[in-house]
Design a protein around this ligand. Structure first.
Ligand code: GLU
Length: 410
């Protein structure tokens, strides 16, 4: 992401201005604490050695250990990881959980590798970043194309070096110290934020028309919970394309179909639509839950929704966001919408440190409280300062880090 398309840098600059932060402090909070680039050599199944590049960026740990996921994607580079690490600092601060921000990734398309190759690559990557991580230092988690299995390999690799250490990563399987509710958490948080938005924007939640781009971990669970709330999910998509039914898709069956087949392709309901057609559908809530920059200069004029709820990280570019503000289409930003994932990651880490398991009910209730409190806090700032939700979110988040920074730097 270049700075002109990166929504983070523009929002940061505006929020800093609104807060009246001094230039030296604004600069101090923007520069990442540490960036690590590593070579990851691993053996292919045919016996050949291959090397790929991995990254871990630690943006800020003023309020607690660095925290953030690791993604496997061919677009991963140091600029993208830096930008996503920065988002994590603001996300953890906004939810008021005691973490800073970090992010990591490997620049590969995981579909090109077998499971055993991915295991060797993952283990080698974790060894390579071992010098800078720790249960009170930096705690990785899943992100795009990584999952509980990858976290198990990470946890095992770290535990071989340091002794049994489930708290070194979150998003683990339940059997290895994972938390009830973690898998569904980002989608659930997205649904909660959509529900709260509906109240403030005077949109009737029952039968509200929802379009979701992306049906991975985040999009599929968001669809499931919004469907439970009574919304009409009229279209969803994945990498193979979209499905549209103006009367609402049968989300329970689609969720099951997708869990079994790892794609929505071949599901027997709905008309096939392209990604561009899907984004242009008339709806109340458009939920981009796939990759960054999905809504950009090229397609922003075609949108026909009342509110965009950013379930992915950085799905609306800075210039598209400006246009949407002029058109009075609200954007509920990523650092608020998708914070359910890292919030339950925090609960998982706390359970690991306490060596005590919470029930799914405990987790979900605490998640609800955290999300609703953060939403209301942001909404108050939006109203009192007359700024977009993204700027209000950044203002709350930056201010909290700034206060802690001042206390520590004396
Ligand atoms: N990758 C998720 C995010 O972007 C979760 C991070 C975490 O749980 O640490 O928020």
């Amino acid at each position: 992401m270049s700075s002109s398309t990166d929504p983070t840098s523009a929002a940061y600059a505006q929020a800093v201005k609104e807060l009246g932060l001094k230039k030296n402090i604004a600069k101090a909070l923007e520069i990442p604490d540490r960036e690590l680039t590593v070579e990851i050599p691993f053996r292919r199944d045919n016996g050949e050695i291959e090397s790929v590049v991995g990254f871990r960026v630690q943006h800020n740990n003023t309020r607690g250990p660095f925290k953030g996921g690791i993604r496997y994607h061919e677009h991963v580079d140091i600029d993208e990881v830096r930008s996503l690490a920065t988002l994590m600092t603001w996300k953890t601060s906004l939810l008021d959980i005691p973490y800073g921000g970090g992010k990591g990734g490997i620049g590969v398309d995981p579909r090109n590798y077998s499971k055993t190759e991915l295991e060797r690559m993952s283990r080698r990557f974790f060894r390579a970043i071992d010098p800078i991580i720790g249960i009170n230092v930096d705690i990785p988690a899943p992100d795009v194309n990584t999952n509980a299995q990858v976290m198990s390999w990470f946890m095992d690799e770290y535990s071989q070096l340091h002794g049994y250490s489930p708290a070194i990563v979150t998003g683990k399987p339940l059997e290895l110290g994972g938390s009830a509710g973690r898998e569904a958490a980002t989608g659930k948080g997205t649904a909660v934020i959509t529900r709260e938005t509906a109240k403030k924007w005077n949109i009737e939640l029952k039968n509200a028309k929802v379009v979701i781009q992306g049906f991975g971990n985040v999009g599929s669970y968001a669809a499931k919970f919004l469907h439970e709330y009574g919304c009409k999910v009229i279209a969803v998509s994945d990498v193979t394309g979209g499905l549209y039914d103006p009367d609402g898709l049968d989300i329970d069956s689609l969720f099951e179909y997708n869990s079994a087949n790892k794609t929505i392709d071949g599901f027997d309901q709905g008309k096939k639509v392209t990604n561009d057609e899907l984004l242009a559908l008339e709806c109340d809530f458009l939920i981009p839950a796939a990759l960054g920059s999905a809504i950009n200069e090229k397609n922003v004029d075609s949108l026909n929704c009342k509110v965009i709820v950013e379930a992915a990280n950085g799905p609306v570019t800075g210039s598209a966001a400006n246009k949407l503000w002029d058109k009075k289409i609200a954007i509920i930003p990523d650092i608020l919408t998708n914070a359910g994932g890292v919030t339950v990651s925090y609960f998982e880490w706390v359970q690991n440190l306490q060596q005590f398991k919470w029930t799914e009910n405990d987790v979900n209730q605490k998640l609800e409280d955290k999300m609703v409190n953060a939403f209301n806090e942001v909404y108050e700032v939006k109203k009192s300062k007359q700024v977009p939700m993204r700027i209000a979110s950044f203002m709350v988040a930056i201010d909290r880090v700034h206060v802690a920074y001042n206390l520590r730097e004396g």
